[in-house]
Design a protein around this ligand. Structure first.
Ligand code: SAM
Length: 317
C-alpha cells in the first residue's frame, strides 16, 4: 500500500455543465458547503495526517465565488507542496493568471471531444470554444503540467483517440483517457458506452510508436510517450487495471465527508466534527483512522454501480 498523501477536495457540488454520464440533476443548499476557512482547517489537519498534495475539484470548482482566495489560503499552508485543480474550463480562462499568482501549480481540464457539436451533445451546452480557450490560457499562464482529461465514450469519441492525442501533443499538454465509471446517474447507459483502455491503446498503437514511461508516478494512470510528441498519454483504467493497491488518495466532499474510496458507501463526517468543536489534532486523528481503514480493493463491477453515489460531482470526481 502506498503512503496516502493526496487529498482531493470538492469545493462545490454545483456544475455549469450537464454531462450525461455525470449529471447530478440537483444541488445542495449553499449553507451545506464547507466555508473556505473550514476547508483550510481540515487541510491543515490533513497535512498533520500525512497529506502533501491537494487537488480542488467538484462539481465545478470555478463555480465557487472567489476561488483564488481559497487557492491562496491553501497554498500558504506549510506542508502542501502541490496544489492543483480539475475544471471543465468554461469559466477558467479569465481566472488562469490569478489562480497561478495565488499559488496554483497545475491544472487538469476536461475535454471529451474536438467537435463543438459532439461537445454540446455530451455536456448540454454549446461552449466548446471556451474549453479550447481555457487550455490555451492555462498554458499561457505557465501552469505546468496542463493535462486534458477525456472520458472515453464508445460512439462519441472512439474515433477521436488519435486526433485528441495530436491536439494535446501539439500544444505541449498531457492527455489522459479515463474509462467511464458507473454511477447511479449513468447506469442505464454505461454498458453500451464503455470503451476500455485496451481499445484506446490499440487505436493509439495503430498510429504511433508508444513508449511506456518507466516512472508512472503514484497516481492511477499508466503513461506513454509518443514518438516525436511533446506530451504524454495516460490511461486510467479502474476496470482493466484496478489501482486500488497503489491508491494514495482521500476525498473530502463539499459537505465535509471524508471518503477513503471513490466507491465507498460512507465516510467520516469532518464537518460535524469541526462544527462540534473538534481540535486540529482530533480532526487529524479522524483522518488517520480513515487512512487506516482504506480497503484493499473497490467493488467496481463493469456496468454496475457498486455504491449508492448518484453522480461523481457529489463526492468530487
Ligand atoms: N467539473 C470538473 C471537470 O469537469 O473537470 C471537475 C469535476 S469532474 C466530476 C472530474 C472528472 O471526472 C472530469 O474529468 C470528468 O470528465 C470525470 N468524470 C465524470 N463522470 C465520470 C464517469 N462516470 N466516469 C469517468 N470519469 C468521469
Amino acid at each position: 500500500m502506498n503512503a496516502v498523501d493526496y487529498l482531493r477536495i470538492s469545493v462545490t457540488d454545483r456544475c455549469n455543465l450537464t454531462c450525461f454520464y455525470c449529471n447530478p440533476g440537483r444541488f445542495l443548499p449553499r449553507k451545506e458547503l464547507l466555508s473556505f476557512e473550514e476547508i483550510g482547517d481540515l487541510a491543515r489537519a490533513a497535512v498533520d495526517a500525512g497529506i502533501r498534495r491537494v487537488r480542488l475539484t467538484g462539481g465545478e470548482p470555478t463555480m465557487r465565488r472567489d476561488l483564488p482566495r481559497l487557492v491562496e489560503l491553501l497554498s500558504s499552508i506549510e506542508g502542501i507542496g502541490d496544489l492543483s485543480l480539475t475544471t471543465n474550463g468554461i469559466r477558467f480562462s479569465a481566472m488562469a493568471e490569478d489562480l497561478r499568482a495565488h499559488g496554483l501549480s497545475r491544472v487538469n481540464i476536461s475535454l471529451d471531444t474536438l467537435s463543438p457539436e459532439k461537445f454540446a451533445r455530451i455536456t448540454g451546452v454549446d461552449m466548446h470554444h471556451r474549453v479550447i480557450g481555457a487550455i490555451d490560457a492555462a498554458l499561457a499562464a505557465g501552469l505546468d503540467p496542463v493535462k486534458v482529461n477525456v472520458v472515453a465514450i464508445k460512439g462519441y469519441n472512439d474515433d477521436e483517440v488519435v486526433p485528441l492525442a495530436l491536439y494535446a501533443s501539439r500544444r505541449g499538454a498531457h492527455l489522459r483517457f479515463i474509462e467511464m465509471m458507473p454511477f447511479q446517474c449513468n447506469r442505464a447507459l454505461q454498458k453500451g458506452l464503455f470503451l476500455s483502455a485496451a481499445e484506446i491503446l490499440a487505436r493509439l498503437e495503430e498510429r504511433f510508436v508508444l513508449e511506456e514511461c518507466t516512472t508512472n508516478g503514484p497516481g492511477p494512470a499508466r503513461y506513454y510517450r509518443m514518438d516525436g510528441g511533446g506530451g504524454t498519454i495516460g490511461l486510467i483504467s479502474p476496470f482493466s487495471r484496478p489501482f486500488c493497491t497503489s491508491c494514495n488518495r482521500l476525498r473530502l466532499t463539499s459537505t465535509g465527508i471524508l471518503r477513503n474510496c471513490l466507491f465507498a458507501d460512507s465516510g467520516v463526517d469532518l464537518r460535524a466534527a469541526l462544527r462540534g468543536g473538534a481540535s486540529r489534532a482530533e480532526c487529524a486523528d479522524l483522518i488517520r483512522s480513515s487512512i487506516r481503514a482504506k480497503g484493499k480493493g473497490h467493488r467496481l463491477v463493469h456496468g454496475e454501480p457498486s455504491c449508492a453515489i448518484y453522480s461523481p460531482s457529489q463526492i468530487g470526481g
